[in-house]
Design a protein around this ligand. Structure first.
Ligand code: SF4
Ligand code: SF4
Length: 87
C-alpha cells in the first residue's frame, strides 16, 4: 500500500479564474476544501482527495480547478508499488 502522501493528486485552484461560487466546497464529499475569509476556496486537506476523482473540477463553472496529468500519477504509482515490492 502506497502512503497517500506520496501521491501528488489533489486540486489546484486558479484564483484568477475562481469566482468564489463555493460549488467545489459544497460538493466535495471528502472535505478537501476549506473556505478562506477572502471568499475563496482553500485546498485544506489535499491528501483526503480521492486519486483519480475530478468531480469538483467537472462542476466548477469557471474551469478554475486543475489536476496533474493522470497518466503521470499512474506511472508514479506503478514505480512506487514496484519499489515497495522490492522492499
Ligand atoms: S467551483 Fe470553481 S469558481 Fe466556484 S469556488 Fe470552486 S474553484 Fe471557485
Ligand atoms: S476531486 Fe473529488 S475528492 Fe478531490 S477535492 Fe474534488 S470532489 Fe473532492
Amino acid at each position: 500500500m502506497i502512503p497517500r502522501e506520496k501521491i501528488p493528486w489533489f486540486p489546484t485552484v486558479d484564483y484568477q479564474k475562481c469566482t468564489g461560487c463555493r460549488t467545489c466546497v459544497d460538493s466535495c464529499p471528502h472535505g478537501v476544501y476549506g473556505w478562506d475569509e477572502g471568499e475563496k476556496p482553500r485546498v485544506a486537506h489535499p491528501y483526503e482527495c480521492v486519486v483519480g476523482c475530478r468531480y469538483c473540477a467537472n462542476l466548477c463553472p469557471s474551469e478554475a480547478i486543475s489536476f496533474p496529468p493522470l497518466e503521470e500519477i499512474r506511472k508514479l504509482m506503478r514505480e512506487l508499488e514496484a519499489s515497495s515490492r522490492k522492499g
